[in-house]
Design a protein around this ligand. Structure first.
Ligand SMILES: CC(=O)N[C@H]1[C@@H](OP(=O)(O)OP(=O)(O)OC[C@H]2O[C@@H](n3ccc(=O)[nH]c3=O)[C@H](O)[C@@H]2O)O[C@H](CO)[C@@H](O)[C@@H]1O[C@H](C)C(=O)N[C@@H](C)C(=O)N[C@H](CCC(=O)O)C(=O)O
Ligand SMILES: Nc1ncnc2c1ncn2[C@@H]1O[C@H](COP(=O)(O)OP(=O)(O)OP(=O)(O)O)[C@@H](O)[C@H]1O
Ligand SMILES: N[C@H](CCC[C@H](N)C(=O)O)C(=O)O
Ligand SMILES: [Mg+2]
Length: 478
């Protein structure tokens, strides 16, 4: 069904649309061109280009001037999502979606692994691309645009995938990229500062995230809520008002309650209470935040029809997610180096707290902050680093169009005692060289990323290889 506020042109019944495009540069003959008002420009300016490239119709707000048949929509982005869902109708039977500032990629990947373990054809879609048991392919965004998303859903269904776990980013939710997707299981991880470059204020950020529960979740769908988040109770209220089935997880979650966590060098024992029964699960990963994500994923699997005991049992075989507390190696003296994707104040806070129980000596932290991203998070990230790490090196992380030194200066306002080494490889090598027995080195911000974005160039940057290289050189010298 098309959303309300869409007027079809008289020619609608005879229009032969052979493709969809929301960028005029991607129009091919026979396409419907969606001309969306954007942040920087207005897609309607490109209607003549789309026409010249062979577009046969335009989707745009009412009153748009064009020679082509006009599908006039009050909310053209939502209409595009509905059209894309019709044009590429296939989709995995069960789609679970996770929103929250941090933990989405981890949770969807854990859910994929749990589903695969119980024998489902499962996939995850998000920041890491499309992940299946057979491997990974890029999609470019955490939540792809509606056209790319429905193409991907259709292809996955055609390939036999029945269960998909996907990330719902706030950009994606606000821009209606997922409005053509019926969500069978929804989940909320947490809400802390990020993306205030895009969202005008925190309320807008929160409201965008809530669209997953208020608009996209199927009627009566289960909603797994991390009650340890300051926003958990409010999100649970919103879900209940919408008639969703709330499933509470976390230390404060009554359905999957974490009662105790005992950290070991490379694992954690989680004492869990589910339906009044207590059990201990050994998670082969470190870090409290990984426990929360894993328990959330198990609750989502339970909500999708997997026996909850089987889902919890599957946690014992989980493999870590690329670039999330990923161990890369140790110095000859045994100090470990881990890569992580923390790129917000709360992400860094959770990362540093995760490493502490596993560190006898000092925690050394190398990190930066992205250019063209929420500038107000930089100093706060610096302050978290100063508070919770023992030695900090501030470096570059995708400066994009900004002056890298200015980004570092903003971070350094929060951690004035930190060292500053702009070149990321030099920073990592310097930090490794400084490690003493008992120390842990955390390199944060890039996680799974494979490039350093400087202005509009992407310079290949293989962080695991750089770390391994530096460790091998140390080994050779030892
Ligand atoms: C901030 C943001 O989300 N921007 C998205 C937005 O861009 P915009 O509004 O600036 O678009 P615009 O440049 O003003 O152009 C308006 C319209 O004209 C069209 N156009 C433009 C030029 C042209 O020659 N022809 C043409 O048709 C564009 O395709 C667009 O539809 O709409 C575009 C498509 O319509 C998106 O590609 C673009 O994503 C940009 C590139 C981006 O970097 N997005 C990131 C921040 C993002 O979405 N990240 C999230 C979250 C990540 C996280 O949680 O950490 C994600 O889901 O990945
Ligand atoms: N539950 C959590 N609570 C707080 N921080 C977390 C949590 N899970 C992960 N993190 C931190 O956030 C980082 C990113 O995790 P992950 O990639 O799973 O989040 P994401 O929500 O997908 O991020 P993005 O918005 O960039 O897609 C991790 O490397 C870790 O430092
Ligand atoms: N997907 C997120 C995380 C990027 C992490 C960091 N490497 C950066 O470039 O800021 C973003 O685009 O904001
Ligand atoms: Mg992600």
């Amino acid at each position: 069904m098309l959303p309300e506020g869409v007027a079809l042109p008289a020619e609608a019944a005879t229009l032969a649309v052979t493709g969809l495009a929301l960028d005029s540069r991607k129009v091919t003959p026979g396409c419907l061109f969606a001309a969306l008002p954007g942040l920087r420009t207005d897609g309607r300016e490109f209607i003549p280009d789309a026409e010249a490239a062979g577009a046969v119709a335009v989707l745009a707000p009412p009153g748009t001037q064009t020679n082509l048949p006009l599908i006039a929509a009050d909310d053209p982005a939502a209409a595009l999502a509905a059209i894309a869902a019709r044009f590429h109708p296939g989709r995995p039977e069960t789609i679970a979606a996770v929103t929250g500032t941090n933990g989405k990629s981890s949770t969807v990947e854990f859910l994929r692994q749990i589903w695969a373990r119980v024998g489902f054809e499962a996939a995850a879609l998000g920041t890491l691309g499309v992940t299946r048991a057979s491997g990974r392919s890029e999609v470019g965004y955490t939540t792809p645009d509606a056209i790319a998303l429905h193409e991907a859903l259709d292809a996955l269904a055609a390939d036999g995938v029945t269960h998909l776990a996907m990330e719902a980013s706030s950009h994606g939710l606000k821009q209606r990229r997922m409005d053509g997707v019926r969500v069978d299981v929804a989940a909320f991880t947490n809400l802390t500062q990020d993306h205030l470059d895009y969202h005008p204020d925190f309320d807008d950020y929160f409201a965008s995230k809530m669209r997953l529960f208020e608009v996209l979740a199927a009627d009566g769908a289960p909603a797994v809520i991390n009650m340890d988040s300051d926003w958990g109770a409010k999100v649970a209220d919103i879900c209940r008002r919408r008639g969703l089935e709330v499933i509470e997880v976390g230390w404060r979650g009554k359905d999957f309650r974490i009662a105790e966590i005992t950290p070991h060098p490379a694992s954690q024992d989680i004492r869990l209470v589910h339906r009044g029964e207590e059990r201990v699960v050994r998670l082969p990963l470190i870090g409290e935040f990984q426990t929360l994500n894993a328990v959330g994923a198990a609750a989502m699997a339970g909500a999708s029809g997997v026996d909850a005991e089987d889902a919890l049992g599957a946690l014992e075989t989980l493999e870590g997610v690329a670039g999330r507390l990923q161990p890369v190696g140790t110095t000859p003296a045994g100090a470990p180096v881990l890569l992580d994707f923390a790129h917000s104040p709360d992400g860094l806070d959770k990362l540093l707290r995760a490493a502490r129980p596993h560190t006898q000596g000092r925690i050394v932290l190398v990190f930066g902050a992205g250019g063209d991203r929420d500038p107000s998070k930089r100093e706060k990230m610096g302050a978290v680093a100063a508070r919770l790490a023992d030695h900090v090196i501030v470096t570059d992380d995708n400066p994009r169009s900004e002056d890298p030194a200015a980004i570092r200066a903003a971070i350094l306002r929060g951690c004035p005692d930190a060292e500053e080494i702009g070149d990321r490889e030099t920073a990592i090598r310097t930090a490794i060289g400084r490690l003493e027995p008992g120390d842990t080195l955390l390199v944060a911000g890039k996680g799974h990323e494979t490039g350093q974005i400087l202005a509009d160039r992407v310079i290949p940057f293989d962080e695991p290889a750089i770390v391994r290289g530096a460790l091998e050189e140390m080994e050779a010298r030892a």
